[in-house]
Design a protein around this ligand. Structure first.
Ligand SMILES: [Zn+2]
Length: 605
């Protein structure tokens, strides 16, 4: 057979959370083969140094032990040898997130970035993986879920899989366990939904029906004529836990973690907030199948996995995906217009909450994701803006502008389709695939929409001014108001429960607490001599503050470390926005624009 890099992986010790892995290189590099694990996983922009979880490693060739020399935090170099080289190692897998690997008696999950050593200089060779089950009795009923293409099947999906190259190998996470599984088709393509974790009375039929609508709406958005999905099959891999939320996108699957309470139970028809959030998460990760897994920033084509890889475009890849995730729930008929507008209002309020939005643009936030967005501290609201939430509002602002200026003939959908056709559709089939630069994006926006874009990019993408959403929504017969009728007195903090105490998680710059000298992480213990407590569950700070008016002076006591401190402040108005979006029922031309944007609108249902 054609030359390939061959891997084996098997659970070695469930209680110690160890996978045993081998990699065999038929033709090792003549100077001594270098092997390494990635420093980060695509989709999650933080250095994680996965190689620190390799707890044992050795190498052999033709029955001889081969010396391995550690080169840096994630690379090893084997002594030169001219027969096939096999490196064996154990990986500690005890990270319950979608980004790494996890193994115990209940299941095994891994991303290739955590377990498969990359063979330097041979990234483009096919990678063959022998997925083996453990003979531990706990694994007797385990089966496999993955979008990796299968070569030779054994029982329950164990056996040999084949990826075209290392990039593909690490883009198909693998779940093994005794999970719930259901399959549906979206425009002819099979989609598996896999749920690991105990979820009594789970309504898989409803999950399939709802996800099918979302997937078909997205496939039709990008390929309105052919309705062709970009993958041959797709897997939603979900771990249900008591308390968790997150997802990571891949080219033909997604790894998700959610609260089991958010998943639908048989006999429950209502769309709970939790289930709506889960569907929004699925919609988000699925949209990435096009936007970031195939339409990619130039910096990610190909990914540089040994260090930070900077791009100013995450506002497009995460922000626009965040715009479409909820919008597709509405267009697919899973939520109504009122629900959509209240979700939008919540996003607007969140963005307006932090003064960081006037210090950092979404382009800067994208570039600095590695050290700022992904490493947020207590000062984050005062220092940074989210390329997710503000990025989604930038998408909204562009969409509304293009629709209004072209009388509904063009929209952001056309821009996304043009990006898809030009950069995404052939990404994995053309030679190497080409990513987009900032200049490409701006030029393409202008070309597709015919609308002058330079000034809008300056102000909304590279600048920090607030988006004129009320003005942009008006032509769609949607009124945006800030419903702070009579601003209440507030400290300007986000307070959280800390045992029976109240801790200031954030102190917003410009608020009365900031002016008084209070700091994030102070334990606030009294307002005018009355105890602030969280003994009953939530803190009573709002109850205490409700008796005051703007301009009143209060005395505050707080512990900073173990030192009691006293502060006096004059209360200022609450600056938190309370945005409300109201759908009007005329004029007809505006309603037509609105239904082009949102799909069939309520007055037409
Ligand atoms: Zn995302």
């Amino acid at each position: 057979m054609k030359q390939a890099i061959r891997y084996t992986i098997v659970p070695k010790d469930l209680a110690a959370h160890l996978y045993a892995v081998t990699v065999t290189v038929d033709v090792p590099g003549p100077q001594g083969q270098v092997l390494s694990l990635p420093a980060w996983i695509p989709g999650s922009y933080m250095i994680r140094e996965f190689a620190r979880h390799i707890v044992r490693i050795d190498a052999e060739s033709a029955g001889r032990k081969i010396a391995l020399t550690k080169q840096d935090k994630h690379s090893w170099q084997a002594a030169p040898c001219d027969t096939p080289l096999t490196v064996s190692y154990d990986v500690y897998a005890w990270d319950l997130s979608v980004r790494a690997a996890h193994l115990d008696q209940t299941h095994g999950f891994f991303n290739g970035t955590s377990v498969f050593l990359r063979v330097a200089g041979q990234d483009n060779l096919p990678c063959e993986v022998d997925l083996r089950n453990s003979d531990d009795p706990a694994c007797a009923t385990w089966r496999v879920a993955t979008a990796l293409p299968r070569l030779k099947a054994k029982r329950n999906g164990f056996g040999t899989y084949l990826a075209a190259n290392y990039d593909e190998l690490i883009d198909h996470p693998v779940e093994t366990g005794d999970f719930a599984l259901a399959t549906f088709e979206a425009h002819g393509v099979p989609h598996d939904i896999v749920i690991t974790g105990r979820v009594p009375n789970l309504d898989m039929a409803r999950l399939c029906a709802d996800l099918k609508k979302i997937c078909e709406a997205q496939i039709a958005l990008f390929e309105p004529k052919s309705k062709r999905a970009p993958m041959e099959r797709y897997v939603f891999m979900t771990l249900a836990v008591g308390d968790g939320y997150g997802g990571l996108e891949h080219r033909a699957s997604t790894a998700l973690i959610c609260n089991r309470a958010d998943l639908p139970a048989k006999g429950q028809a209502a769309l709970t907030d939790g289930y709506r959030m889960f569907l929004g998460l699925c919609s988000h990760e699925y949209f990435h199948t096009w936007n970031v897994k195939r339409i990619k920033p130039a910096a990610f084509a190909p990914y540089q996995l040994d260090a930070e890889t900077y791009t100013p475009l995450l506002w497009l890849f995460e922000g626009f995906t965040s715009y479409y995730d909820d919008l597709m729930l509405l267009r697919a008929g899973l939520i109504d217009e009122a629900a959509y507008f209240s979700m939008l209002a919540k996003t607007v309020n969140g963005v307006l909450r932090g003064s960081g939005r006037s210090k950092q643009s979404v382009a800067e936030s994208s570039f600095d994701a590695w050290v700022k967005y992904y490493r947020q501290d207590e000062n984050a609201p005062n220092a940074i803006v989210s390329y997710y939430t503000k990025g989604s509002l930038v998408a909204l602002a562009f969409d509304l502008t293009i629709r209004a200026e072209t009388a509904g003939k063009k929209s952001l959908d056309d821009v996304m389709r043009a990006l898809w056709v030009r950069y995404g559709r052939d990404f994995y089939t053309a030679d190497g695939g080409r990513g987009v630069t900032e200049d490409d994006v701006e030029a393409l926006f202008q070309e597709v929409s015919g609308v002058k874009m330079k000034r809008l990019f300056e102000r909304w993408v590279r600048g920090t001014e607030d988006l004129p959403l009320a003005k942009l929504l008006a032509p769609f017969a949607v009124t945006l108001t800030d419903d702070r009728k009579e601003a209440k007195a507030a400290l300007g903090v986000r307070a959280v429960r800390d045992g029976a105490d109240c801790r200031l998680a954030n102190v917003y710059q410009g608020g009365s607490a900031h002016r008084a000298g209070l700091s994030a992480n102070d334990l606030l213990i009294a307002v005018d001599g009355l105890r602030v407590t969280a003994a009953g569950g939530a803190t009573n700070l709002d109850v205490l503050m409700a008796r005051y008016r703007v301009g009143d002076t209060v005395e505050l006591h707080a512990f900073r470390r173990d030192e009691l401190m006293r502060f006096v402040t004059k209360l200022t108005p609450d600056v938190a926005a309370k945005t409300v979006l109201t759908a009007e029922s005329k004029p007809a031309a505006a309603l037509k624009l609105r239904s082009g944007w949102l799909g069939k609108i309520d007055s037409q249902r």
